[in-house]
Design a protein around this ligand. Structure first.
Ligand SMILES: [Zn+2]
Length: 86
């Protein structure tokens, strides 16, 4: 494999494209049970003063945890084995 090692700033272009997609039609795979589906069909829980948790409708595992605090976002995508744009 031919790889070129750069610092993290080099990923700004491709990551900017990936993270500006239509979320509701994006497809995920749950790391807990393997279910694949559209994010728009997952279960969303708003937790006051903490943020948002998106859970798998089959096994209830947290797919995405989103916290917003002091103007900054923290996103935990660890509950998914992948997320694919729709
Ligand atoms: Zn699941």
């Amino acid at each position: 494999m031919d790889e070129l090692r750069l610092d993290g700033n080099a990923a700004a272009g491709p990551l900017g494209e990936v993270f500006s997609f239509e979320v509701t039609t994006a497809e995920y795979a749950c790391r807990g049970c393997g279910r694949a589906g559209k994010l728009g069909e997952a279960m969303v829980y708003e937790v006051r003063d903490l943020g948002t948790i998106i859970r798998c409708p089959d096994c209830d595992s947290a797919l995405i945890r989103l916290a917003h605090n002091r103007g900054r976002y923290l996103v935990d995508l660890g509950g998914m084995s992948y997320l694919m744009t729709g």
